[in-house]
Design a protein around this ligand. Sequence first.
Ligand SMILES: NC(=O)c1ccc[n+]([C@@H]2O[C@H](COP(=O)([O-])OP(=O)(O)OC[C@H]3O[C@@H](n4cnc5c(N)ncnc54)[C@H](O)[C@@H]3O)[C@@H](O)[C@H]2O)c1
Length: 342
Amino acid sequence: MSKRTRKEIKAGVVGYGGAFNMGRRHLEEMRAAGMIPAAVAEIDPDRLREADKDFPGIGLYSDVAGMLKDSDVDLVTLITPHNTHAPIALQCIKAGRHVVSEKPLAITTADCDRMIAQARKSGVVLSTYHNRHWDGCIRQAVKKIRAGAIGEVVRIQGRMGAWGKPHDWWRSSKSVSGGILYDWGVHLLEYSLQLIDSEITEVAGFAKTGFWAPQTAWKDDTNEDEGFAVVRFASGQWLTLCVTALDANPKPGRMEVTGTRGTYVFEHTTWELITPQSKDVVIRKGKNPPDESRRYYENIVAHLQGNTPLAITPEWARRPIHILDLADRSARQNRSLKAKYG
Ligand SMILES: NC(=O)c1ccc[n+]([C@@H]2O[C@H](COP(=O)([O-])OP(=O)(O)OC[C@H]3O[C@@H](n4cnc5c(N)ncnc54)[C@H](O)[C@@H]3O)[C@@H](O)[C@H]2O)c1
């Protein structure tokens, strides 16, 4: 992927949604990294008006085709619902624009492969906004665990959720979101893959459906009540991922890493290191350093303007999607599935 330029990078976003004001956040981070916010494409006219207020004079477009035709943006970031990432990315890549997709890169492995192949063919950069790659909690975990704090990593458990009806938004629709594992699950997997450096060999997926569906607007197209995956690696390590709307007794701690000489538990702001010593255990606790998500676009700019390697390659972003895709198909087929490559 070699379409590099030292000129200033004009940036556009597709989607300027109100749920978390992510469009504004992206354009601010892009500007802080040295890009020029140049265009917003958004199908909701109210949200386009918000973009105009936040970035006066920015190019406003009611669809992606208009933005690609009438603006000279070099890079487009997609901040739209999950099922739109693949088709919009392909549209932008074919128009010769570098593309950053919000997580997840896509819903299926096949879509990831199509996007990666098209980016290579068009000579543009494709990446996923894995801002949480630079979360303080995972940077601290990587530092401690690589320094040997728990010996050899045996397994990782990632979990999220509680008991409650899914919200009335697109994230609760299976066909739009990909399923309950796709929103936070992709972050937890991206954390985990920084701690297990091995090929994915097999995934077993489990899903409970139908409990919340009758009470939601999405009915049969509602996300699973709970999604669960067990991932086996070539190294012999494994990880489990659970995202649930059924846990009346949710455990604290999003990630638990078990090693031969101790267990490391972390959530966003704090960590705990539990190590056995003679007949007792020693528990050390600490606060995680601040998140550094600004490093995502700093890397994109350095990559586009020089020889800095891309931190979040599309192949890296494909890895959690391959797990999620296999977990989904495995749950439906009621058997574990081999990874194609991992
Ligand atoms: N990395 C993170 O920490 C983080 C945080 C929040 C959201 N996200 C991701 O950002 C993406 C968007 O989530 P959100 O919370 O901003 O959702 P949202 O519903 O607030 O915004 C989505 C926007 O996309 C617009 N849209 C939909 N289809 C479009 C199209 N074809 N062309 C132009 N605009 C279109 C909608 O009108 C809406 O305004 C998702 O992939 C989500 O997972 C990531």
